[in-house]
Design a binder for this molecule. Structure first.
Ligand code: MRU
Length: 358
């Protein structure tokens, strides 16, 4: 299965090549495939804020490569380059607030710098660390895909209808996805009849990115309005809702794209299983509960306009882009360290003590 999954890994959104970071511009998909090249860390911070690159693990990976660019620039300036680097760390940390993978990756890069030996080349050391972060996310995707598909097989067996929200696929990660990794693996095992992809207002990650990814792989996919989810659960035999996450608190509460919480409530009401798929780099044991997770609010323009054209009355708008699903609505949390059923504080603490499975 691992080999089959690797063969299915056909889109990448992040490349480190020729000493530069290359990002597939996700704002233009699916209409246009356009790559942007980054040579400076400040530009990568801007790319994260403006969502050239998005999705929790992908943001972390991009930030790790940005640190490599920052180290290169600060070394070239001379002087106390490690002190000067603090401004770059601060700028990257301010790029988006909710996905903890950003802060996790910056923490790992900082630790690597703190461990530098006198004889070591700092640039080589940080580059190796960023590549390792990227590779470990790819490996985690594969492990989670197998664990999640196994859950689907165990709980229903035959071909099923799945629903997903936002984009937790190759575009959002270093590999072929968290939630979409599970869906891809389940499809390869003949367990998937159709995937319903919520369009995911206002940025349309579902209709623009998820539907595009699944269609490229030949997975039967239907886009639906976010507000159709409860009706589809009732009428279309949906058996699983499968989503990614941006930050998971120590008690198992899950922050993910706005609209996830209402899906979990609806899933519980309709007896549909709710699976969250996320690497352990998304788990923030420093936060006791989801109430402590900072929720990003983006510009009202994302709701009021589309492609520069007015879409709504000229009134105020509120645009929180994540919400928190309480842990008791989560049936399964799938990570590369294993699966947690009905997460709570004790089970999360046990999980974090485990090693990666592969
Ligand atoms: O605003 P975005 O597009 O960065 O939000 C992305 C999501 O909410 C994803 O579901 C989450 O990051 C999981 S990605 C594997």
């Amino acid at each position: 299965m691992r080999e089959q999954l690797l063969a299915a890994e056909n889109i990448q959104a992040i490349e480190w090549r020729d000493d530069a970071l290359h990002l597939l511009d996700q704002r233009l998909l699916p209409g246009q495939i356009s790559w942007l090249t980054y040579q400076a860390s400040g530009q990568v911070a801007e790319a994260i804020s403006s969502m050239v690159v998005r999705g929790a693990p992908a943001i972390g990976i991009a930030a790790a490569y940005a640190v490599v660019l920052a180290v290169r620039a600060r070394l070239a300036e001379g002087g106390d380059w490690q002190l000067a680097l603090e401004a770059d760390f601060a700028q990257l940390a301010a790029s988006r607030p909710t996905a903890v993978n950003l802060f996790w990756a910056l923490g790992r890069m900082r630790e690597r710098l703190e461990r530098l030996k006198a004889a070591e080349d700092p640039l080589q050391a940080v580059e190796a660390e960023a590549l390792a972060i990227h590779q470990s996310d790819r490996d985690a995707n594969l492990t989670m895909a197998q664990l999640g598909a196994e859950l689907i097989r165990r709980h229903q067996g035959n071909s099923q209808n799945l629903l997903t929200h936002c984009n937790a696929g190759a575009l959002a990660t270093g590999g072929f996805g968290t939630a979409l990794g599970v869906i891809r693996a389940a499809y390869l095992e003949g367990l998937v009849e159709r995937v319903y992809a919520d369009e995911t207002r206002p940025w349309l990650q579902g209709s623009r990115l998820t539907a595009w990814e699944l269609d490229r792989d030949g997975v039967p996919v239907s886009v639906c309005a976010d507000s159709a989810a409860a009706h589809l659960m009732k009428t279309r035999g949906i058996t699983w809702v499968i989503v990614g996450a941006d930050r998971i608190a120590a008690n198992g509460d899950v922050a993910n794209k706005i609209g996830t919480y209402q899906l979990a409530v609806n899933a519980m009401h309709h007896g549909v299983r709710f699976m969250v798929v996320a690497p352990s780099s998304t788990i923030d044991m420093a936060l006791e509960s989801g109430d402590d997770i900072p929720i990003e609010e983006r510009s009202a323009d994302e709701l009021l306009d589309i492609a520069g054209q007015p879409l709504a009355a000229r009134v105020a708008a509120v645009n929180p882009v994540f919400d928190v699903t309480p842990a008791d609505l989560v049936d399964f949390l799938v990570t590369e360290k294993g699966v947690v059923e009905r997460p709570d504080a004790q089970k999360m603490a046990h999980l974090m003590c485990r090693k990666r499975l592969h």
